[in-house]
Design a protein around this ligand. Sequence first.
Ligand code: PML
Length: 246
Amino acid sequence: MDKPAEYYSVRMRTTLEGKHISGQERIVKKEDLPKVILELHQRPKREWDFQTIKVEKLKEPPKIIEKSLPIKDYKFSCIPLVKNFIVGILESELGIKREIVKPLLEKLYKGINPQGGNLPGALLVDYKSGEILAEGIRTILFDWVDRERIEKHLLEKGYTERTLDALALATKNALCGVVAEICISDDPDYTVGYISSPRLGYIRISPIKDKNLPFGGRIYFVERKSLEKIIHCLRKKPILIKEAQI
Ligand code: PML
């Protein structure tokens, strides 16, 4: 009988003078490791002075997920309208009060790290009370079954490689029990962001911020009683997604 495939997680992070430049993660079979390690090493387009590439054999095979969250595209003429939209839809569709979302969203535009600047990883917030439950939590161990095919498809439809990664990450968050996510890129040149949830799907917002703004980050709204289970899932449960729902 054939041995079941062994999977590895490969994670790359690149910085310049301590500031995040580029990061990506893949889940691959052993035979693809050399190719993927080289791809990730060559991925950062900007100058960098420090790079780590971490390779880890997965303890359990990834769970195969049939479909990503569905992508919906929303275009806006100005940022105040975006803010109203996010606050409004999270309240009307998911019952997350505007008094909770509004100040957090404003912080996201100014750097949400209590120590100043951007927060590496996400801020986890109780969606009922607004209490901050954890900070700096990263979603890891997610990828596509056939990354090249999905990437080609998304690029043909006008999406980007960032959409590819963000859609997989948001899909994993939804599976792990995150009630809703808000994401703004901290890249000053990347002005597309999203909000996502199992109910809303992946709502891609363009633009979500003004160009040249160096702030951004991720907020995950969660239910307090599920906090530990959710963090465990985000960090430990590998998933591979088959299809992007466009
Ligand atoms: C990031 O890379 O920091 C966030 C990416 C958001 C992607 C939004 C999209 O293009 O769909």
